[in-house]
Ligand binder design. Structure first.
Ligand SMILES: [Zn+2]
Length: 748
């Protein structure tokens, strides 16, 4: 008991002692704090400033962006931040340093001189200079050490600058970065978390004496490189698309940009995304459109900033995903799918067009684009004629509820989910169902007017028709890999839902193919390839300020090969000059054809000619020089070519066209049999705007061979648009002139 009492007393005493010690300890600290705060405050503050811990973030190397074949589209190149260590520079040398740096970097002498007086080790003089400039600075640093015994006046810290290998190429998709390498637009913004990497840290300390602590007292945490993106976009396909979009904009003086998007219909992968009239991501703040830049320069100074900001926002907008447009007749492929899906088309169903149509009682008559009318038509014929009254009748057959259901099924009521920022969700029938739609809306919506969607939505819907009815999510990034090339993420094709049945999709495919063979889509025709497409010409009802306009959007949307579709393509031009042409068939059709005719062979799609096409195919000349005239003649005529012999010799001395030249069947080969110093030349005539018959006739008169390119069809008038040898050029008789034809079928 006593023992226990003793130990309890001891315990109690210990606690008292401990409390005392703690109290006194705290008391001392508290007293010291009070003292410091009261009497030493000024002095301490001064020391704290001198004892600065300079803590700088180190930029990580941003990941690269590659095309699907590993070609570099965007990468970060090493540049240097020039950093001064003022604490190492004695005051009397400050001006020497400042002037030397001015020589190399163009920096402000007075400003840098003031910096040299500071008492720490980290003053940034200039950011992001190239390696050759950095080398000059480091030579200057060595000079300072040798001449003035200044150790470590200057150093270079590694940084990065974003570099886009082909300037404007794919700019709307790639986007650009800000001064601190942060993504501000496009994929750079969308995938910033992956690309940016992890920043490092550099801490440089000084002591209170200032300048005594050597420079090695620094701590560095290395930055970690960002991930790389590999796109589904193909650099070659993209370059082809950009070329033709650019040419079309120039040819039709398109006022408000244009774009073309190509998608793999089976996966949703974007193969090319050409928005012309954009910007150079290497210099994104520059106004890319010289005309606009000149206009802004003319404005009063106080108005320029606002105008520049507006112009920049306009050039940074991705027209394919951020801008909505009225799809016009391209949308008819969706209305046709809807009536077929609902079983509303019987064998004997016909649509009547007298040139206009009254969609419901009490409504005004709405015209067809062809005032003469299209008469009685099947569904396919109505689609090929792009007949508005026929589609208004289909709208009536569907009714508002069903129309809206297919509008939703084709994905027009919500964003596609493409992995690009800024996708518009500003649609006309936006999730409010038929409440927002009256009968006149239904009538005009049935032929694609009066509501707005994005080009990427239209392309996705078209791809669904091509692939058997599946609405796919489009995507641009195929995979993401780390700096060592290990893939960390792959994009799997994502099916949103089945929009229409496989059977209906196949029926609409066939109709769209016939539209290109003999309907309004013949400017998309390429011999040997099965193309399915629809034209679109929509009226832009109002401008940005809400005023009525006469402006149009000409578009062309389709896919190939029609029997087993691989790729879908939309070409779309906002406000072509109506004095030239504004019809989708005339403006966007040739662009679509030109892109397809280069991309399909590149993708390894083989040409399969129909019987009719085989009859019109070109043939190749043989080598006849040295042969007897008799032998050469029989070879030539055996090759379905005509033969003209000049001179009276027995042996062929020369020929035109040369051996192995491609010329049309029925072309002419001329054989020369005697040395003639004076072969009479012929003059190339002007073929522009002539029909095929007229071109052939004129060529025959001028002793020329004609090779035909472009669009010829049994219906509609084709006219010569381009010739590869200019009028009035003198050439040898029977030289081959390549003439490109276009269809003169202005079809909505
Ligand atoms: Zn019609």
């Amino acid at each position: 008991m006593a023992k226990k009492g003793t130990s309890a007393q001891l315990w109690n005493r210990s606690i008292v002692v401990m409390i005392l010690i703690i109290a006194v300890g705290f008391g001392v600290v508290a007293a010291r704090l009070l003292y410091l705060q009261t009497f030493m405050a000024e002095e301490l503050q001064k020391r704290a400033v001198e004892q600065q811990l300079v803590n700088t973030e180190l930029t990580a190397k941003r990941g690269s962006i590659y095309d699907c074949n590993g070609n570099v589209l965007a990468q970060s190149v090493t540049v240097w931040d020039i950093v001064m260590e003022p604490a190492n520079i004695k005051d009397e040398y400050g001006m020497i340093v400042a002037e030397g740096l001015h020589e190399i970097l163009g920096t402000d002498v007075q400003k840098v001189y003031e910096q040299t007086k500071e008492n720490h080790y980290y003053a940034v003089v200039k950011r992001k200079v190239d390696t050759d400039v950095k080398d000059k600075v480091m030579n200057f640093n060595s000079f300072l050490r040798k001449e003035y015994n200044i150790a470590n006046a200057l150093k270079a810290v590694e940084n990065y600058r974003r570099f886009y290998t082909h300037d404007n190429f794919l700019a709307d998709v790639l986007g650009f970065v800000g001064a601190d390498s942060q993504g501000l637009a496009g994929l750079e913004y969308q995938y910033d978390d992956y690309l940016i990497g992890k920043k490092g840290r550099l801490m440089v300390a000084t002591n209170a004496a200032g300048g005594q602590m050597p420079y090695e007292y620094e701590q560095k945490i290395d930055a970690i490189d960002g991930y790389n993106l590999t796109l589904s976009v193909d650099e070659y396909i993209q370059s082809v698309m950009e070329k033709y979009v650019r040419e079309t904009i120039a040819e039709f003086r398109v006022a408000n940009r244009g774009c073309a998007i190509m998608m793999n219909v089976k996966t949703g992968a974007i193969l090319g995304f050409a928005c012309e009239g954009s910007f150079n991501p290497n210099d994104p703040f520059e106004i890319a459109d010289e005309k606009v830049a000149k206009e802004i320069a003319k404005l009063p100074k106080d108005k320029q900033d606002e105008a520049e900001a507006k112009a920049r926002n306009a050039q940074w907008r991705n027209k394919g995903v951020s801008d909505t447009y009225i799809p016009g007749s391209v949308f008819k492929m969706c209305t046709a799918s809807a009536v077929l899906s609902e079983g509303l088309i019987k064998k004997d169903t016909r649509f009547e067009c007298s040139g206009s149509y009254v969609p419901f009682e009490g409504s005004r008559a709405i015209s067809c684009w062809s005032s003469a009318g299209h008469g009685e038509q099947t569904l396919e014929k109505a689609l090929c004629n792009s007949c508005n009254p026929a589609f208004m009748q289909m709208g009536n057959m569907l009714g508002r509820q069903k129309f809206y259901e297919y509008y939703v099924a084709f994905g027009f009521s919500e964003p596609t989910g493409i992995d690009l920022p800024g996708e518009s969700d500003d649609y006309f029938f936006h999730n409010d169902g038929i409440c927002g739609m009256d009968l006149s809306d239904l009538a005009v919506a049935s032929f694609g007017q009066n509501f707005k969607i994005t080009p990427i939505q239209m392309l996705s819907a078209c791809a669904a028709i091509a692939n058997g009815g599946k609405l796919m999510t489009p995507y641009v990034v195929q995979s993401i890999s780390d700096a060592n090339g290990n893939v960390v993420r792959t994009t799997e094709p994502k099916e949103r839902h089945q929009a229409i049945s496989k059977d209906v999709a196949a029926q609409v495919c066939k109709m769209l193919e016939n539209n290109v063979l003999s309907g309004g889509g013949t400017n998309g025709y390429i011999p040997g390839y099965r193309i399915a497409a629809k034209t679109g010409t929509s009226q832009k009802k109002v401008d940005d300020e809400g005023n009525l306009t006469d402006d149009y959007i000409g578009s062309f949307c389709g896919f190939a090969p029609a029997d087993d579709p691989e790729i879908a393509l939309i070409c779309y031009f906002d406000t072509p000059d109506p004095d030239i042409n504004y019809y989708g068939s005339a403006v966007a059709g040739p662009c679509f054809r030109s892109i397809m005719s280069e991309v399909l062979p590149y993708l390894g799609v083989e040409k399969v000619y129909s019987k009719a096409e085989l009859g019109n195919l070109d043939t190749t000349t043989g080598a006849y020089v040295g042969a007897t005239v008799e032998d050469a003649r029989s070879l030539i005529t055996g090759n379905k070519l005509k033969c003209v012999v000049m001179g009276k010799g027995k042996t062929v001395l020369a020929q035109n066209p040369d051996a192995y030249t491609t010329i049309p069947q029925d072309g002419t080969v001329v054989l020369y049999t005697e040395e003639t110093t004076n072969i009479r030349k012929v003059v190339v005539p002007d073929f522009s705007n002539l029909s095929l018959t007229e071109v052939n006739q004129l060529a025959a008169e001028h002793l020329l061979n004609i090779s035909i390119k472009g669009s010829l069809s049994s219906e509609g008038r084709s006219y010569a648009k381009l010739q590869d040898i200019a009028p009035l050029t003198e050439v040898d008789p029977y030289s081959v002139i390549t003439v490109t034809f276009n269809q003169d079928n202005n079809i909505m």
